[in-house]
Design a protein around this ligand. Structure first.
Ligand SMILES: [Zn+2]
Length: 416
């Protein structure tokens, strides 16, 4: 027996590809959005259906986290190494995730499950997930209900170059792909993947139509490492005992490096881009890559102000991500928007902020045809928040620090 269509009504529907609609409804059937509009119009031509009334709530498309590491969800950002150094932080991850312990696979499964549950609880129905353990995480994520674009992460240069080579095959293995899981590739960062490695990843992604993601310009030290292998990233490789001098250098900074390896010619996700000068913005604006800005992680490391608004003004697609629980208190993506709201917000900007977690994030993850807005034909991934007042419903949800979704659907199925 096929289920009857469901009409979800709310004081406000925020489709995100058009202005908000008051006293509105969204008709869902067979996992997709069939129609939406003001109740006064939509009710005239409805087939037999069920109804759910959300009351004084705003119904949004399911939120999309453009950059997360679900497998690090067992970490606690408050349990950070002293000194606030990024390199000390990154070196602390193996012990914090107990990567070398015999029960690592079980711990990782618990972390992935906890991360996915957090996402759904916070109204996030799709993620761009970076995984260094694709053979372990993908079987856990393949059946949803969270939709995952799983970027298999590869890294290793100098004497550890073999690790990069060996990582490619499992990273791009498409066996687990399906309705809830897509496969992508992520060369980790310019201080862990050399120039030929990046070029190889871009070529592979082009041949196999794989989405790409990388960490870029996350710290100011990437430039020195690329230029002459100096600075704290080199110290890491020395400490690991895996350095040799036969690694390519690049004088021009991480964004120009990304352009030189072809990353800006494809719709890649560039996580962070915390350091970008005017020339970098021009290069990004001329390219096709998106920036995944992680506001609370950015604040955690105390980086200088992010240029995300200038990026948007120049036509660069900017989405938000949380990054992982190792640098963010949790995976509540709305709290990342709230941080921006408190810093920059005024009434006119609330829809632009929500775009970072919906339409822009869908574009970044190459999901725009199916997700990111409440549009007839797209998947019925939805989330709803109660709000106080009437003037700016989307701003009111950001204003209320404690507001959590009152209901969330994936493919028309209610999951909370
Ligand atoms: Zn990251």
């Amino acid at each position: 027996m096929t289920e009857r269509p469901l009409l979800i009504t709310a004081a406000v529907v925020a489709p995100m590809d058009r202005p908000i609609i008051r006293e509105a409804g969204v008709l869902v059937a067979a996992g997709r959005v069939i129609a939406l509009g003001p109740l006064s119009e939509i009710q005239r031509s409805l087939p037999p259906h069920e109804e759910l009334h959300l009351g004084h709530a705003v119904l949004l498309p399911g939120l999309i986290n453009a950059h997360v590491h679900l497998e690090l969800s067992g970490c606690d950002s408050s349990d950070s190494p002293g000194g606030g150094s990024f390199t000390d932080w990154i070196m602390s991850l193996p012990s914090r995730t107990r990567r070398l312990q015999p029960d690592y696979a079980e711990r990782l499964a618990v972390a992935v499950d906890a991360g996915a549950k957090q996402c759904l609880r916070y109204g996030v129905t799709a993620v761009g997930d970076i995984t260094a353990q694709p053979t372990l995480t993908r079987p856990l994520l393949r059946h949803g209900p969270l939709r995952t674009l799983s970027f298999g992460e590869v890294l290793g240069l100098a004497k550890a170059r073999e690790r990069f080579e060996k990582g490619i095959e499992p990273a791009i293995d498409g066996q687990m792909a399906g309705d809830f899981l897509r496969i992508g590739l992520s060369p980790h960062a310019p201080y862990t993947v050399d120039l030929p490695g990046y070029t190889q990843c871009v070529n592979l992604a082009r041949q196999s139509q794989l989405p790409l993601a990388t960490h870029l310009a996350e710290t100011s030290e990437e430039t020195a490492f690329l230029r002459d292998h100096s600075g704290p990233f080199r110290e890491i490789w020395d400490r690991l005992g895996t350095w040799h001098d036969d690694v390519t250098t690049y004088d021009g900074g991480p964004v120009a490096f990304a352009r030189s390896v072809g990353l800006l010619d494809v719709p890649a996700i560039l996580a962070h881009v915390n350091y970008a000068d005017d020339d970098d913005l021009s290069m990004l604006a001329a390219g096709r890559a998106s920036v995944a800005f992680c506001p609370r992680t950015h604040a955690y490391f105390g980086h200088p102000p992010h240029r995300w608004r200038e990026m948007l003004e120049r036509g660069i697609n900017v989405a938000v991500g949380t990054d992982s629980c190792a640098s963010s208190p949790d995976l509540n993506l709305v709290d990342d928007l709230r941080l921006l709201w408190r810093k920059h917000g005024h009434a006119a900007e609330s829809d632009a902020l929500w775009a970072l977690a919906t339409t822009n994030a869908a574009e970044a993850l190459q999901w725009s045809g199916r997700l990111g807005s409440i549009t007839p034909g797209k998947l019925a991934d939805l989330t709803a928040f109660s709000f106080i007042g009437d003037v700016d419903p989307l701003g009111a949800v950001l204003e209320d620090d404690t507001a959590l979704p009152i209901a969330t659907w994936v493919g028309g199925k209610r999951i909370s």
